[in-house]
Ligand binder design. Structure first.
Ligand code: TYD
Ligand code: MG
Length: 443
């Protein structure tokens, strides 16, 4: 009798070995290697779930012709903007974000929109939440007929792929990739090898049946996508929903996109009725702004290819600590320290014995260097207890020598400032150094 081959697999990285060891030789994780049944690693080809569709080679021209006509708009313009032109047949998308940020909410709304507006068949796989919970949410969002929307309560990949399921639907949503499991892999849901194998099966089916699939993906504590890095390579697009849970603003960005640009951002606000598109982001960002207040500055930043006005607030107060505090919300603390140092050196601003607090309103996270000048102006304004002109807006990067450096999309920003009615634009075009800034003109 042929001796059965033993396979030992690491539940952390998914590598397999001929013998057991206490520490995985590949990922160095302890106590993660265990024996798996011999059926694991059987070839995927020829499995009963395979839906072989005859494919023919095509010329690039023909391929393009068929591709251009087949983009499927989602009827949510902020999502279309991020995707490029809409969903692509056979495209596999990964939507990630912090827990509770609104991933399931956004995709439930997308499922409703596509099933109602375009009358397309949508399959929503509920492996994380119970299908009743999802149905309750759908009921809250719409009172109209939802016959084209199908909820599947399973966490088994084979059940999802069963009965030619994918080929019957125009969109499949899987909530989430970390909670599904294939019979081919004995590790628990969420393990890197399980995610890899499950995603592999789903992606293959999506390509064979030309059905767009959106997978929801968790993120780790550090903010990276949970599971193997390979997952990001396997899917066609990686979308990220971000925001501050204490605020309503939600931003949808594409981190990777094989079908369109990666520099577009969809802007939403979380409401009692789910996520709503924000049509006028600058107005939304400035809601409730106190005018003529020292320590407040307006800054024109780029969110993708869209200019956006944000308010930066600073508070400079005497400190009773040996090392004064620098507290930043919405900007990097090192950036704040650097800007404080530049202001002390080049404008002789006495910040050495002051606490400096900076906050970006609406829970927005500013990473763009073009916001430096806005941050500097807010600090100057609070330090001198002098409000900035009401009709002034700023953008520009601050150099260590106190110079104001150019940033990208300058013309677009200046045009936007004019459109929004700002009379004074402090920018690298008209101000080359911090020393040239004159805040006395109040109108
Ligand atoms: P959810 O989509 O479940 O988050 P995720 O799938 O990313 O973990 O969203 C959960 C949060 O969204 C929850 O804290 C409540 C809030 N929310 C609203 O504010 N309005 C709504 O209409 C819905 C459905 C959720
Ligand atoms: Mg969810």
């Amino acid at each position: 009798m042929a001796k059965q081959k033993n396979i030992f697999m690491c539940s952390s990285c998914g590598n397999d070995f001929p013998k057991w060891s206490g520490q995985c030789p590949a990922c160095k994780e302890w106590n993660s290697v265990s024996q798996v049944s011999g059926s694991y690693l059987k070839p995927l080809t020829g499995s009963k779930n395979s839906l072989r569709i005859k494919v023919k080679p095509q010329t690039p021209k023909k391929t393009l012709q068929s591709a251009q006509t087949s983009y499927q708009t989602t009827s949510i313009s902020e999502i279309d903007r991020v995707l490029g032109q809409g969903l692509t047949p056979g495209g596999v998308y990964l939507l990630t974000g912090q827990p509770g940020i609104g991933k399931s909410t956004l995709l439930t709304q997308l499922a409703i929109k596509i099933s109602q507006t375009i009358s397309n068949q949508v399959l929503y796989v509920c492996s994380e939440e119970n299908s009743t919970q999802v149905a309750t949410r759908i009921n809250r969002f719409t009172k109209k007929d939802t016959n084209n929307l199908n909820l599947l309560n399973t966490s088994n990949v084979e059940s999802i792929l069963d009965q030619n399921a994918l080929s019957r639907y125009n969109l499949v949503i899987i909530d989430s990739i970390q909670s599904i499991q294939t019979d081919l892999n004995p590790t628990s849901p969420g393990s890197p090898s399980q995610i890899k194998d499950s995603a592999n099966l789903i992606i293959r089916m999506a390509k064979e049946t030309q059905t767009p699939v959106i997978l929801i993906g968790h993120v780790t504590k550090s903010g990276s996508i949970a599971g193997p890095k390979l997952l990001e390579h396997m899917v066609d697009s990686v979308l990220e929903l971000s925001g501050d849970r204490q605020h309503n603003l939600r931003l949808l960005r594409s981190v990777k996109n094989r079908f369109g640009p990666t520099d577009e951002t969809g802007i939403f606000q979380m409401t009692g009725k789910g996520l709503e598109e924000v049509k006028d982001p600058s107005k939304f960002m400035l809601e409730g702004r106190v005018e003529n207040a020292p320590g407040s500055s307006l800054c024109l930043i780029m969110e993708g290819t869209r200019p956006l006005t944000v308010e930066i607030q600073a508070l400079v107060v005497p400190s009773n600590l040996a090392i004064p505090r620098r507290v930043a919300k919405g900007i990097n603390i090192n950036r704040l320290q650097l800007i404080c140092a530049v202001l002390t050196k080049h404008l002789k601003l006495p910040l050495g014995n002051k606490d400096v607090f900076v906050n970006v309103t609406a829970g927005y996270n500013l990473t763009e260097p073009g916001a430096d000048l806005g941050i500097a102006l807010a600090i100057i304004s609070s330090s001198k207890n002098k409000p900035l002109p009401n009709n002034a807006i700023a953008f520009g990067e601050l150099g260590l020598l106190g110079e104001i450096r150019s940033v990208n999309f300058q013309d677009k920003r200046i045009k936007e400032a004019k459109t929004l009615g700002y009379k004074i634009t402090i920018s690298p075009e008209n101000t080359k150094h911090l020393k040239q800034i004159d805040l006395s003109s109040r109108t």
